[in-house]
Ligand binder design. Sequence first.
Ligand code: ADP
Ligand code: MG
Length: 242
Amino acid sequence: MTKIKVENLKKSFGSLEVLKDLNVEIQEGEVVCIIGPSGSGKSTFLRCLNQLEDISGGKVTIDNNNLSDHSKNINKIRENIGMVFQHFNLFPHLTVLENITLAPKELKNQKEDEIKARALELLETVGLSEKANDYPNSLSGGQKQRVAIARALAMQPDIMLFDEPTSALDPEMVGDVLEVMQLLARQGMTMVVVTHEMGFAKEVADRVIFMDAGYIVEEGTPEELFNSPKNERTKDFLNKIL
Ligand code: ADP
Ligand code: MG
């Protein structure tokens, strides 16, 4: 089943054209990694998928809902899409547990004890049960990012977007975060991951997309893209980073 369909997507900021006619279809349960140089439009692309940006042209369809169709309840659609950023964006004045339960509580369609039980379960999944009552400042970067993932999952999304989730972490923290993401992938989550972690992309991605200058230059299985890239720009990029 097609989960995300992007047709002729364009995005400009003023006169700056950042996304130039992107077309992608992502299936339910698929893990897609996006790689590419800085400034190529990767973050903007993710932000268009969950309506953090208004698109300038084309069409984004999630679960058969056209995001530009204003008769649709965009908030409902957005609740189904979790997002994790490079800089965790946790609330410093709330405990770990409170950070995770905040958004579900605002929905008011679940009982408070159920929300809490689910949050504790998620903390266990990300390996941080013992941190429930601590404040974010007392956590390492890797722990913060795992809390951020648990917080996104608390809304029970069926799509997760990750924007360089390990880029701000000390190297020894990266593995724990990638492990949680790999677990999610195995559980069948539909995931779009902007990452520089080529090992993760090789191992976990079903498909890798290379973006450059606002275009999808090339896409394929990790094997295809990493072992036999066809486009010169893809080859250049991989030569620089691998
Ligand atoms: P990437 O994530 O691949 O590094 P981005 O999507 O962040 O790339 O940025 C792509 C281009 O869009 C860059 O030139 C960036 O400066 C520009 N850009 C991103 N967001 C904005 C914004 N809100 N206003 C103006 N320009 C922006
Ligand atoms: Mg970015």
